[in-house]
Ligand binder design. Structure first.
Ligand SMILES: Cc1cc2nc3c(=O)[nH]c(=O)nc-3n(C[C@H](O)[C@H](O)[C@H](O)COP(=O)(O)OP(=O)(O)OC[C@H]3O[C@@H](n4cnc5c(N)ncnc54)[C@H](O)[C@@H]3O)c2cc1C
Length: 396
């Protein structure tokens, strides 16, 4: 075990949007005053909000654009990087067990994000692809490319068929992207474009988003050739088939699971209060109740506004906003200053709808088409640039 001062370092688990922001904000606010150790199983920060870009991933599967090396981000900072997989967290014992050994902490920020939730649907994990991780998005992009390459030889008029399960933002972005990608350009030969189906299950399409944005997204998906099937949950998956609860079956070349997320197992097992999907239920200051100095931030946490009961969404935008306050509160715990309560204010919503198309909603204004797409791209690029400078920021 590392020799540590009595109070130990700040240990940040996860170098995603939340973890990166906590690390850089603590460094910015109190440079070099305390050890900060940033742990991730990968040596890179993944630009996860861009993993719907399956066309670009298929065109350049090895391109490094979606992953920024942590060593580059923190090359001029005193943040220590530790690569390792978190296997267990002992909050009372103030120790984290990594696959490479234990680490003691004085303060902790749990920023481990989330994983695909399969809700016990048989075959979903085995037979569906997903985009929640870079390795899986790359694998899906390669499969789509292979399916497109073989499509010209399909019998009769048959086209390849892709079924996307889940009608939230991720499923919508993925379906629109697959339907509008120029597969002929990517494959470099004749291609039959895929038929794309989006199964929303029992939830409405883009549930919870503003009505004008939803209407526009539905129309845009229709134009791109996506068929939306609403109202029926998926009951199981078998190789090449998605089964619905009414007994109907969608044969497909590729199934993509975008039906939801939950906390990673290591967090679901923690003996603390949990929110939906096993997220760690945090208090008003983002601290884990009963564990002063231990915070949970981003997709791993469930923050509910104490006054309204409204839950902060599982978005990068919320993760970054929470991380800024968590960083301030980590420092406040050290100095004895009062902790600041977190309040979440949505700055806007942007949903990509295929090539050069998106829909955006800010306050009461809805923007769509090419301008919304350009805006989304500009915001993503600005975030990537700020990360490369070691100062993650932006409107995400
Ligand atoms: C396709 C797609 C599009 C999206 N688009 C948007 C968007 O437009 N706008 C928006 O605001 N949000 C968007 N989101 C949501 C956004 O990506 C997440 O809300 C955001 O990534 C949350 O940040 P986080 O830091 O909590 O988790 P993450 O960014 O997922 O980071 C978690 C980190 O923890 C590490 N980790 C996990 N488990 C372990 C372990 N056991 N040991 C060690 N390390 C571990 C991971 O490697 C990762 O680096 C999108 C998500 C997807 C999948």
């Amino acid at each position: 075990m590392d020799p540590e001062p009595a109070d130990g370092p700040l240990v940040i688990l996860g170098a995603g949007y939340a973890g990166l922001t906590v690390a850089s904000e603590v460094e910015r606010r109190s440079p070099g005053s305390h050890r900060t150790v940033l742990v991730d199983r990968h040596p890179v920060h993944v630009l996860r909000t861009e993993l719907y870009e399956l066309g670009r991933l298929a065109a350049a599967p090895e391109a490094g654009e979606w992953a920024v090396p942590l060593a580059r981000i923190f090359d001029r900072s005193s943040v220590e990087l530790r690569q390792g997989s978190v296997e267990a967290i002992d909050l009372p014992g103030r120790t984290v067990r990594l696959d490479s050994g234990p680490v003691r902490f004085g303060a902790l920020a749990v920023c481990l994000g989330n994983v695909a939730a399969y809700y016990g649907v048989p075959g979903a994990e085995e037979f569906a692809e997903q985009v929640y991780r870079l390795s899986r998005a790359r694998r899906l992009a390669e499969r789509l490319r292979a399916v497109a390459a073989g499509s010209a030889g399909l019998p009769g008029e048959r086209r390849p068929r892709v079924v996307v399960v889940g009608g939230g933002s991720t499923g919508t972005e993925v379906a629109a992207e697959i339907a509008s990608t120029d597969w002929e350009r990517i494959v470099g030969g004749p291609v039959r474009p895929p038929d794309v189906f989006l199964l929303t299950g029992s939830l409405p399409f883009l549930a919870g988003l503003p009505a004008r944005l939803v209407d526009h997204a539905r129309a845009q998906l229709r134009r791109a050739g996506v068929t939306i099937v609403a109202g029926l949950n998926v009951s199981r998956l078998t190789p090449g088939q998605v089964h619905l609860e009414d007994g109907s079956v969608f044969a497909c070349d590729v199934a993509v699971w975008c039906a939801g997320v939950e906390a990673p197992a290591v967090l679901r097992e923690l003996p603390v209060q949990h929110g939906s999907g096993g997220r760690i239920a945090v208090g008003p200051t983002l601290e884990i109740p009963g564990h002063p100095g231990a915070f949970a931030v981003g997709d791993a946490a469930e923050f509910r506004d104490p006054a309204s009961g409204v839950r902060a969404p599982a978005t990068a935008q919320a993760a970054i906003a929470e991380a800024r306050v968590a960083a301030e509160n980590v420092i406040a715990r050290r100095t004895g200053a009062p902790l600041r309560p977190f309040t979440y204010r949505e700055r806007g919503i942007l949903v990509a709808l295929g090539r050069r198309r998106a829909a955006a909603s800010f306050a009461r204004v809805t923007v769509w088409g090419a301008p919304a797409s350009l805006l989304k791209r500009a915001i993503e690029r600005e975030y990537a640039r700020s990360v490369a400078r070691g100062e993650p920021s932006g409107l995400l």
